[in-house]
Design a protein around this ligand. Structure first.
Ligand code: SAM
Length: 445
């Protein structure tokens, strides 16, 4: 299960490696609860974070539990391959969870084996239902420690239906690249206000400036304590997520509407460029986060709570951004749970929503104006297929081809049509980026 090199790796969560020996059984139990909640479906992980057994843990224990659950999710297929070779028959889920959590610690987070094994055995001992398996837990974990994990395949970490889809869309080598990217914990990316030099932010946070100006740092921990956070000098945004607003190229004083704005990473970019920005979203709760982000950055914005299709306002705009709701399969590096939470029927359901939203967005574009459509999905139905159909329905729009070099995007992301298909397997020299589909269409004047 040794890692293949994919560019610079962020340092591990410090707590996970250095303090793991002092962190107790409760944090391991919490890791198991988080893992199973994430496997249960969409929203499972978020709601589990508010469970008492998680929220009542001290900060470092909670961070450790989350790091272990994330590591287990990223490598679940490989961990199960290792376990299944050693188990004559499948044990109850509670035992498999204890074993998964222990292997995520030893094989991924490099937690000292004595700490991972002894806490796993203690966990099994605690419950009368799992107690009979305590010797099995001990034997399996010591066996892996003694003999090594053996060969595993990165593709095994992907649900079968997703692997089949990506093989069909991106080919065998493309699938392998995506599976390798899905094993890695990404660094943290920051978008920096235009008035601030990204090199200064990068120096303060021991990071690097990526093409396009995103600062990438391997720092971990509470970002609210990092230099520049309070002053609103930067905000967290994956390098790929920063590209749609650059492609829209808002000019100072132009009117721009962001139709699916919350929590507002892209809206902040538009406002920071000096545009007059309207941020619309159907979710009032998510818009609260947008408000907080704008307050911190000290930027002006008009906020509207409404579904984009039903917005009772007849304004048109120089530029429209539609960052549509999607399966988010391109964000698996940061949110490994999306691959478990997404079900095959979601793709068609969301494609319908995207179709409606694209038509609503087109109506908001002034003649001579521009529309950028993007989704953080790797599924063609949510990207290329949407734009092919949109251009057929809307004769007044033409693709404005993207220039990857000017946008700070990997050159291989450019499609023959002039759209961008960003893949987590691109930019390996920098440590990858989220998957996105991005297209700009200009409305004939
Ligand atoms: C991909 S997220 C947007 C992320 C945001 N652009 C950013 O960069 O931070 C999609 C958003 O669309 C919103 N949404 C979903 N359906 C919508 C609709 N019909 N009208 C407006 N917003 C909608 C969701 O509430 C969600 O906040």
């Amino acid at each position: 299960m040794a890692d293949k090199a994919r560019g610079p790796r962020p340092p591990r969560v410090e707590a996970a490696r250095d303090e793991a020996a002092d962190i107790g059984v409760e944090a391991r139990l919490a890791a198991g609860v988080l893992l199973n909640a994430a496997l249960e479906g969409r929203g499972g992980l978020d709601s589990a974070l508010s469970f008492r057994e998680i929220s009542s843990l001290p900060g470092p224990d909670r961070a450790f539990a989350r790091a272990v659950a994330m590591a287990a999710l990223r490598r679940l297929g490989e961990i199960d391959q290792i376990l299944d070779r050693r188990l004559q028959k499948s044990p109850p889920l509670a035992i498999r969870t204890i074993l998964r959590i222990a292997l995520a610690q030893t094989l991924v987070l490099e937690t000292p084996a004595f700490a991972a094994v002894s806490t796993a055995v203690k966990l099994a001992e605690r419950d009368p239902k799992t107690r009979p398996y305590k010797n099995l837990v001990n034997a399996v974990l010591r066996g892996v420690g003694r003999d090594g994990p053996g060969l595993t395949t990165a593709e095994s970490n992907l649900p079968d239906w997703i692997a089949a889809r990506w093989r069909a869309t991106y080919g065998e080598a493309g699938l392998t690249g995506l599976a390798l990217a899905a094993r890695e914990e990404p660094a943290t990316d920051l978008s920096v206000k235009p008035a601030i030099d990204p090199a200064i932010v990068a120096e303060a946070l021991e990071g690097e400036v990526l093409p396009g100006g995103t600062v990438r740092t391997g720092r971990r921990g509470d970002i609210a304590g990092w230099p520049g956070f309070e002053a609103g000098d930067w905000w967290v945004q994956d390098a790929a997520a920063a590209i749609p607003a650059r492609l829209l190229a808002p000019g100072a004083g132009e009117t721009v509407v962001d139709l699916c704005a919350a929590p507002g990473g892209k809206t902040l970019q538009l406002a920071a460029a000096g545009a007059e920005v309207t941020a619309l979203d159907r979710s009032e709760t998510r818009l609260k986060r947008l408000h907080a982000n704008f307050e911190r950055a000290g930027l002006p914005v008009e906020v509207v709570v409404s579904p984009a299709e039903d917005w009772e306002d007849d304004r048109t705009f120089d530029a429209v951004l539609l960052d549509a709701p999607c399966t988010a399969t391109g964000t698996f590096r940061r949110n490994p749970e999306v691959l478990r939470a997404t079900k095959p029927a979601d793709v068609a359901k969301l494609a319908d929503v995207q179709h409606r939203l694209l038509d609503a967005a087109a109506e908001r574009v002034k003649p001579g104006g521009r529309l950028v459509y993007c989704v953080c999905s790797l599924e063609r139905e949510e990207g290329e297929t949407q734009i092919i159909a949109f251009l057929r329905r809307n004769a007044a729009f033409r693709t404005a081809p993207a220039d990857p070099a000017a946008l700070g995007a990997p050159p291989e992301a450019l499609t023959p049509e002039g759209w961008l298909r960003l893949l987590p397997s691109q930019w390996t020299e920098h440590g990858g980026l989220d998957g996105f589909f991005i297209a700009r269409m200009d409305r004939i004047a």
